[in-house]
Each structure stands twice: as C-alpha cells, then as structure tokens.
Design a binder for this molecule. Structure first.
Ligand SMILES: [Zn+2]
Ligand SMILES: [Zn+2]
Length: 169
C-alpha cells in the first residue's frame, strides 16, 4: 500500500482502496476477502497525517472444535509522515520520516500491525461451541457423542469386574 506524496493535495482528502490478500501476509492466517482500506489524509505544510480504517474477514481455527470459522475485523491505524528531524521518530513509532526527495511511503506495515493486534488470543467459533469429545473425537456441535453409550467409565468397569469376581468365588 504505497502512498504517492506528490499526488496529495493540501488539506484533507479520502482515498479508498482494496488491498489484495497477497499484499498482506500475516502469520499463516488466510484472508477471506480483500482488505477494504479507507485513508483519511490531511496534508499540511509541515506534515501529512494518515488515519486508516481497515475492514476484512479472516479465517481462524476454533481452539475448541478445530473447525475453521469466519472472523470479521475492523480496525484503525494512524501514521504521521514528517520531514526528518522535525519530530523524533525514535519516540513515536507512528512517524514515517521523509526527506525532500521521498515521493512514496509504504503504509503496509501499519495495516499489518493493526490487523495482527485484532487476532484474538482465544479463538472460539461461538460462545456456545461444545468442542470435540476427548473420547471419540466427535464434533459435538454437529453430532452427539458416540462413545458414551458403547464405552463405560473405567472405574465402573473395574467395579463390575470386582463384583463378578466376588460372585464367582
Ligand atoms: Zn468451535
Ligand atoms: Zn465421545
């Protein structure tokens, strides 16, 4: 996502674009659709302020049932494009330093970082997800567990064995 500085006019302007899935690779997580980007840009004599809005959908894998599910994301980022040394870029990581020769800046890292922050630590397809049965591996959202009827609890089995042995003696 490259912004051509010479194409910007003074004052505010809005640029809308779509980022292809391949333009933004994040940690093996597939995009279900391109990222819709709205850039709200204000150019003054000293610097350019960019406020970006991102909307897309990702495919995540549920931690409970291991099924893929759609995760809608909307997030924002901000970048300030500023001539070197007027603002200390060491202090503010949102600042993109430029020189008088710079004509293009790449906003892709800002978009990627903003999207990565939105990925939940705990990925659950639905609050009511029942997960998978530890015994038979059945997805309990789709089917009833098959092992509870055929399998008996180990403790019950040994109790039954004990009873049988006692009765035989
Ligand atoms: Zn699930
Ligand atoms: Zn089961």
């Amino acid at each position: 996502m490259r912004l051509r500085l010479s194409s910007l006019k003074e004052g505010s302007q809005i640029i809308e674009l779509a980022l292809g899935k391949d333009d933004l690779s994040i940690a093996d997580i597939p995009f279900l659709q391109p990222v819709a980007v709205t850039l709200n840009i204000y150019k003054s004599q000293y610097q350019i302020t960019v406020k970006g809005n991102l909307q897309t959908a990702l495919e995540l894998e549920c931690d409970r049932c291991l099924e893929a599910y759609r995760f809608d994301v909307e997030t924002n980022f901000q970048a300030i494009i500023s001539p070197e040394k007027s603002i200390s870029s060491e202090i503010d990581e949102n600042v993109i330093p430029i020189t008088s020769k710079t004509d293009e800046v790449d906003l892709t890292p800002f978009a990627r970082d903003a999207l990565i922050l939105e990925i939940p630590m705990k990925k659950i397809c639905s609050e009511s997800c029942k997960g998978i049965c530890a015994g038979c591996g059945t997805n309990l959202n789709k089917n009833a567990c098959r092992c509870s009827s055929t399998h008996t609890d180990d403790r019950l089995t040994s109790l039954k064995d004990l009873l049988t042995n006692t009765m035989e003696e």
